[in-house]
Design a protein around this ligand. Structure first.
Ligand code: NAG
Ligand code: NAG
Length: 219
């Protein structure tokens, strides 16, 4: 290799390093900012929170109960880049496919199971597993994931998410929010047939055990 070839391969290495650095610094900026003081919520904010399933941000769905925190109900989480959610899924209950645009999630099963967990990467490849008590799953930031209780008793799991405001985007709801012609093309389903699905779609009325063809083992 002549000195000219050597020079251009050095330039190429520098260029790759520069691009890698840019990507890494973009990732750093995407996280919640680091705290600048011990306790950004202020000296009067409690650092504990009692009974998340009663006093948290609680939603009841056909799949079960979701109890989360927000900076409003738990000011201690302000500026700490973290939050926690507790789920109680009924037998066959589904936590429908969704993403957290601002957080990676680490899920820990504390009661019941098996719990079917899965996520889809940016190549569209699905990975699934079944978890029991003491097992953990990690869902990378922004990627589509879901859970379903395959057991015959309630399954409880607790998740930590590395943002004070992870955001939840329900995939079904998001898809049905786009215009029919666009969705028809995305799903390769004719628009009139899609309209029939759309008329039936109501996240509040999901009949989880009927819709999901789930048969839990006898108690
Ligand atoms: C199972 O979870 C549901 C949803 O939170 C709750 O309503 C029900 O009482 C629980 N059942 C038992 C046996 O704990
Ligand atoms: C998605 O997962 C498949 C199977 O593990 C893997 O081959 C592929 O490289 C992954 N895609 C990305 C973008 O990581």
């Amino acid at each position: 290799m002549g000195s000219k070839g050597h020079h251009s391969s050095m330039m190429m290495i520098l260029w790759v390093m520069f691009v890698a650095f840019l990507i890494m610094s973009m990732k750093v900026k995407a996280a919640d900012p680091d705290p600048l003081v011990d306790f950004p919520a202020g000296p009067d904010a409690p650092f504990t929170f009692h009974d998340i399933t009663v006093n948290g941000v609680v939603t009841q769905t056909s799949g079960g109960t979701r109890a989360g925190l927000s900076p409003e109900v738990f000011p201690a989480s302000i500026g700490e880049g973290i939050t926690s959610v507790k789920f109680i899924l009924v037998p066959c209950g589904v936590n429908v496919p969704h993403t957290h645009p601002r957080a990676t999630e680490v899920l820990n099963v504390v009661e019941g199971g098996p719990l079917l967990v899965g996520w889809v990467n940016t190549s569209g490849v699905l990975q699934t597993d079944e978890l029991n008590v003491g097992d953990v799953a990690l869902f990378p930031r922004g990627l589509l994931h879901f859970e379903q209780n395959k057991g015959n008793t309630n399954c409880t799991f607790i998740s930590a998410l590395n943002s004070q405001n992870p955001g939840v985007l329900n995939a079904g709801q998001a898809l049905f929010a786009v215009p029919n012609g666009v969705l028809a093309t995305a799903l390769n389903i004719p628009s009139p047939i899609l309209q029939i699905f759309k008329n039936d779609f109501s996240p509040a009325l999901l009949q989880t055990s009927i819709l999901s063809d789930c048969n839990p083992p006898p108690v």
